[in-house]
Ligand binder design. Structure first.
Ligand SMILES: Cc1ncc(COP(=O)(O)O)c(C=O)c1O
Length: 392
């Protein structure tokens, strides 16, 4: 049974939610709006617990063998059915981060470029630069990368390994590219013969019950597009499980690389466990429940910030994903805003972390706290920013 969002979350394991066990934890008393994590009460502990037993009962020793290099066929078939492609166009990964690292080695080489949005996912950028790739930033608007800017960048640089885009619930801006924009971007990339990597980590977290445009991968029939999917944002990042969709020839190349030939599929047992969840409707019920919880959190934070900040800051409501992208206009001091937030006991992410776009921005995640804590954070931030020099 999925717990109603109005009920208090179970807390018996709270003592384990601390540094040294999970990745980053803010000090007690701080309301942490910084990382793109799910609140512990939104992580599906009770739903995941039986899955390993079910997978071992169903697959027996095959769940403990080296998994097929591209991932076990039952999961690939289920993912293919969900995303409108064939199983040979799907490869299981250990999440989007691993998939991106694999693509950096398979498509890139040190010194080559990757075209990215001027504002884009900081850790994706880090993975690419860790591999010696150079980031070539291009301008974006409310629908993501401008096709003209992409065209210009690809015309000026003949050594681009790939274009990295997040057209759906962009991190950090929350924007969604419409279908026409998607088609334009695909046409530009195809004209230059450059592959597109579509990071779709938040694709299943639309919160407004409106139909989304097809993925870039679907629009292109996966030709020249590699789409990255993840269970990190819908189930939990501790599973380290995701997938990619690409042309079968590229999947063969990727699965022929030493890491997979040596070790087989990454996280094979977990992938068999998630297969059990995906196969019988439990995953979809979980998604509806999670969207409801995130919608409540997003709406609470947006309403409380708008009420507290008035006209002084533009608070757009994203249609999905985890983040608000606050726009403070061109002349605010990011360091002063952060410091004021810190003194008020709220952690937020500096906009400059995500690239070099003009203006002052902060990113606030609504995913990691309860609606009550979010309302409290908004009140603290509004008071801090309005009374300090920061918004005078
Ligand atoms: C845009 C984007 N891509 C990828 C990731 C990481 O995903 P994974 O946990 O699947 O590696 C994140 C997580 O913050 C993200 O925001």
């Amino acid at each position: 049974m999925l717990r109603p969002h109005t009920a208090a979350p179970p807390l018996p394991h709270a003592r384990w939610w601390r540094a040294g066990v999970v990745q980053a934890v803010s000090p007690p008393g701080v309301v942490d709006l910084e990382p793109g994590y799910l609140e512990p009460g939104l992580l599906p502990v009770d739903e995941v617990r039986p899955l390993y037993a079910e997978a071992l009962a169903e697959f027996g020793p095959a769940a403990l063998g080296y998994g097929a290099n591209a991932g076990a066929e039952p999961l690939r078939a289920l993912l293919a059915a969900r995303h409108g492609c064939t199983a040979d166009e799907v490869m299981v990964t250990a999440g989007t981060s691993q998939a991106l690292a694999l693509l950096c080695t398979a498509l890139g080489r040190p010194g080559r470029s990757v075209v990215v949005e001027r504002t884009s996912y900081d850790l994706g950028r880090m993975i690419m630069t860790d591999h010696g790739l150079r980031l070539r930033e291009v301008d974006a608007d409310g629908e993501g990368v401008r096709p003209r800017a992409l065209d210009l960048a690809l015309a000026q640089d003949d050594d681009v390994a790939f274009v990295y885009l997040t057209p759906t619930f962009h991190n950090p801006t929350g924007t969604v590219a419409g279908e026409a924009r998607r088609r334009e971007l695909l046409a530009v990339a195809a004209r230059h013969g450059v592959p597109v990597v579509e990071d779709d980590a938040y694709a299943e977290l639309g919160l407004d019950r409106v139909a989304l445009p097809p993925s870039l991968a679907a629009l292109a029939g996966r030709r020249g597009v590699i789409r990255l999917g993840s269970f990190s944002k819908t189930l939990g990042p501790g599973l380290r499980l995701g997938w990619l969709e690409a042309e079968p020839a590229l999947i063969e190349t990727l699965t022929g690389r030493g890491q997979l030939v040596s070790g087989g599929a990454l996280n094979h047992l977990t992938s068999m466990a998630v297969t059990m969840l995906l196969g019988d409707g439990r995953y979809d019920r979980r998604l509806s429940w999670l969207r409801e919880g995130l919608r409540l959190r997003r709406d609470t934070l947006v309403a409380a910030l708008r009420a507290g900040l008035g006209e002084s800051v533009s608070v757009d409501c994203p249609a999905g994903g985890f983040f608000l992208w606050l726009d403070f206009g061109p002349r605010r001091d990011e360091a002063a805003l952060l410091a004021a937030a810190g003194r008020a006991g709220v952690a937020v992410a500096p906009g400059s972390r995500y690239g070099s776009a003009a203006g002052t921005h902060l990113r606030l995640a609504y995913s990691l706290n309860s609606p009550d804590r979010l309302a409290e954070a908004a009140a603290r931030l509004s008071a801090a920013w309005r009374t300090e020099e920061t918004l005078r």
